[in-house]
Design a binder for this molecule. Structure first.
Ligand code: MG
Length: 379
């Protein structure tokens, strides 16, 4: 087995390399957004054929860092797509945001199976991605813990169709709080996730609950169900990673400790299950499992994502892109926490939705959402 790893310096990327170390999986290529220091260290350890730095202003720095090696250095979106086209066992897409869309399409067209951690690609690209995967006969293996759980529950389904998906949510750091209590939330507070250790963007997404909204859309795309067939359940302990219900009422769930190396490893070694360095689950240590409803009035992002999947077309892309832009502004201290949900909701209410979009329509929707957020944040 060999892989191409897009987004190797992020949280999923570094944990993917942990799995590669444990099982001697060859790494053909690595990419980073702009962390050239870590990318250099990874390249010296794993000896890939090539690396790509997305931020083009870092290209010369990266090239000089690896000047004494025979590793090819690429940059930008073109470089990322070139990596995705390298013949390999899996392209692991662990980049953050919609920047992962074109490389995912490139990987599928090149006949590569894709291990996908980049949910924004599936949310924004929609059937463009799922059709491309089907037409090219490649596999899309989910790394997102909930979708890996659903995928695992279906591994034993013997072709029986599921009737419902129970999508679990930790609830994030602000579960149980009302809008008044969230008025002055700081970046630091939003970045303190109770169960999972993740990158900044997805941690804020978990705090606003848009992460669960994006995952609902991701589940609709991956498992060919209607949005009404996906039930979001707040499960504070993050032990049940999701479940599926069948027609007879039987519910099959996947449980485990909150360690992303389990779903990452399965996406790399599927259908084989190998020993994993993650801690084993002890139900006695957990004690009790609890289940609650999500509060969509407080967490407006979640209802915006639900409205977007119902509206179809470019609506999920608008919500996703408005969110990416708003989260970036929040992390820079330029807008308040609750404004993320307000802005995402307003973007969906204001901007035009195009049905049956082409890739150009999707890119235009992304640009329109970004422009909307930039303008709105100035007010
Ligand atoms: Mg998840």
């Amino acid at each position: 087995m060999d892989i191409v790893l897009l987004g190797s310096t992020g949280s999923i990327g570094t944990q993917t390399l942990d799995v590669c170390r444990a099982h001697n999986i060859k790494v053909k290529a690595l990419s980073a957004n702009r962390n050239t220091e870590l990318l250099e260290a990874q390249a010296r350890e794993f000896h890939p054929e090539c690396v790509c730095v997305c931020d083009e202003s870092r290209f010369l720095d990266m090239r000089s860092r690896l000047a004494d090696t025979d590793i090819k250095v690429l940059c930008g979106m073109e470089g990322l797509c070139e990596l995705a086209r390298l013949k390999c066992g899996r392209v692991v897409n662990a980049v953050v945001g919609m920047v992962g869309l074109l490389p995912t399409l490139a990987a599928a067209r090149a006949g590569n199976d894709i291990a996908l951690a980049n949910k924004e690609t599936l949310v924004a690209g929609g059937s463009l991605v799922t059709d491309c995967v089907r037409e090219n006969g490649v596999r899309l293996l989910p790394i997102d813990s909930e979708h890996s759980a659903i995928f695992q529950c279906l591994m034993g389904a013997m072709g029986n169709k599921l009737s419902k998906i129970i999508l679990t949510a930790s609830g994030g750091p602000f579960f149980g709080k009302n809008r008044g209590e969230l008025e002055n939330v700081t970046v630091e507070q939003a970045l303190k996730h109770p169960n999972w250790s993740m990158g900044a963007k997805i941690t804020v997404d978990s705090a606003t609950l848009i992460n669960k909204g994006l995952e609902l859309i991701e589940a609709v795309r991956l498992f060919d169900v209607s949005p009404e067939q996906v039930e979001i359940v707040v499960h504070r302990q993050s032990i049940i990673h999701s479940a599926v219900e069948f027609d007879d009422g039987a519910v099959i769930a996947q449980l485990g400790t909150a360690d992303m190396r389990i779903p990452i490893q399965l996406a790399l070694t599927y259908p084989e299950r190998l020993p994993c360095p993650a801690k084993k689950l002890s139900l006695f240590d957990v004690g009790a499992l609890t289940f609650d409803k999500a509060d969509e009035d407080t967490f407006r992002c979640l209802s915006a994502a639900k409205k977007a999947v119902a509206a179809g077309g470019t609506a999920p892309c608008l919500v996703n892109s408005a969110n990416e832009a708003a989260v970036a502004l929040f992390l820079e201290g330029k807008i308040k926490f609750l404004e993320i949900g307000d802005i995402v909701t307003e973007a969906l209410e204001t901007l035009k939705v195009v049905q049956a979009p082409t890739i150009d329509d999707i890119m235009s929707a992304k640009a329109a959402a970004e422009a909307f957020v930039a303008l709105r944040a100035k007010v």
